[in-house]
Design a protein around this ligand. Structure first.
Ligand code: LLP
Length: 401
């Protein structure tokens, strides 16, 4: 992701910023597209992961649909020329204003999360003399084996409709002439790395579609949601997720009937690896037992490590590049001139909160004021979750081209 030229370029720039490797983004999109196309699967990009305009532009150009969770995301999808017949709208708390805007935009489908929401969408669609396509988001009670903050498919979760409520759903659907039932939707969580979990999901989806068909509803769409994880520990050697393996699970275990479409809503897997947060060391503080590196980026630019105790790899680009230059000098048979003499640091941000720490006890080469740092795998849920806390400047973006 970084070579000497990129790092030279970074030296000239004000930090912090998100750096986007657009080539890697395209490679990732291509990998996903070819893996899904072989089975005729439809992929909607989960826009919440990153709605940076250049990222959206690239994703749209590959023909992906859009998975939105707010009226503004629906608007952004339409503005970025995502095909409106490939836009889906999920979310447990859609406001009337958002539902009306989505009805006006003639999106493909609402993923509905409660019986009450069905009634509201029906009323609003009726007032506009329209029919709204809807998919029922079912809580399949499948454990995603991921961090409890980003698990969504278990019962007693605010998302989706529980299996024991489906009779109520069927009855309501029969009473709502302005709704067109098109299928069923699931999303069990995020950063899922164990593909077995998806096998369990397929089994549950098969049962659920049988339930609907037995109750007289034709299921045209099976929307399996998103959640495919990425390798936060090896962002260079494993930078494109195993899309082949992922889609194959659905090909093998999902009971797809003639005429049915299989939909996915991938966010993180498409965008996480293509970006890093670039920051400079402002101060080095030596405590009694600990050393601190105070960066000029903090939880206001990237909150995942603080909010979910998430691991994101931290690198000292300045010292690593010096090390590489010295040790790859032509004809040099001598032992390395510079050796990494690792020290353990707590890498922290400048925000007035003790929780503003990217990682504790990170082993890094000895680091100095002005060194450039990269926090890797920051393309998903990074820039979009930035905040203005402490009245900080809005984080900038820089692109490889
Ligand atoms: N579909 C639905 C209904 C979702 O709620 C989500 C993510 C996705 C698709 C996309 O999931 P993905 O493929 O990106 O895993 N901020 C957290 C992740 C929150 C995920 C929310 N829902 C994080 O930084 O880990």
């Amino acid at each position: 992701m970084f070579n000497i030229n990129t790092i030279d370029r970074f030296q000239q720039l004000e930090t912090p910023f998100y750096y986007y490797d657009m080539g890697l983004l395209r490679q990732t999109l291509e990998a996903c597209q070819s893996a899904s196309a072989q089975y005729g699967f439809h992929v909607h990009y989960a826009m919440k992961a990153n709605f940076n305009p250049k990222v959206l532009e690239a994703i749209q150009s590959y023909g992906f649909g859009a998975d939105c969770v707010s009226g503004n995301e629906v608007k952004a999808a339409i503005n970025h020329k995502f095909d409106r017949s490939k836009v889906v709208f999920a979310g447990v708390g859609k406001s009337d204003k958002e539902i009306n805007a989505a009805l006006d935009a003639d999106i493909f489908c609402f993923n509905v999360e409660s019986v009450q929401e069905l009634i509201i969408i029906n009323d609003l669609a009726k007032a506009k003399n329209k029919k709204a396509n809807i998919a029922i988001r079912i809580n399949p009670n499948v454990d995603a084996h991921t961090h409890h903050y980003i698990t969504t498919g278990l019962e007693e979760n605010k998302f989706g409709i529980n299996i024991w409520q489906l009779n109520d759903v069927a009855e309501t659907l029969r009473k709502c002439p302005s709704l067109q039932f098109v299928g069923i939707h699931f999303h069990i969580g995020s950063q899922i790395t164990d593909l077995e979990v998806y096998r369990s999901l397929c089994i549950r989806i098969n049962e659920m579609q049988d339930w609907f068909e037995d109750h007289g509803f034709q299921v045209k769409v099976l929307n399996t949601g998103g959640g495919l994880g990425v390798d936060y520990h090896h962002p260079d050697t494993n930078n494109i997720p195993d899309f082949e393996g992922y889609f194959k699970v659905f090909k093998d275990f999902l009971n797809v009937k003639p005429g049915q479409e299989v939909h996915f809503e991938l966010g993180r897997a498409l965008v996480a690896q293509c970006s890093a947060l670039i920051s400079r060391v402002l101060y080095v503080k030596n405590g009694l037992k600990k050393h601190f590196l105070v960066l000029d980026a903090g939880m206001t630019e990237l909150i995942r490590p603080m909010l979910y105790q998430a691991y994101q790899k931290i690198e000292n680009l300045s010292q690593n590049s010096k090390f590489e230059i010295q040790n790859t000098e032509e004809g040099s048979e001598k032992p390395p001139l510079i050796t990494h003499s690792p020290l353990k640091y707590d890498v922290v941000g400048p925000i007035c909160e003790s929780t503003d720490c990217f990682q504790k006890d990170v082993e890094l080469p000895e680091s100095f004021r002005g060194d450039l740092f990269a926090i890797r795998t920051a393309g998903a849920y990074g820039e979009v979750m930035a905040s203005g806390y402490n009245l900080r400047d809005r984080v900038q973006s820089v692109y490889s081209e």
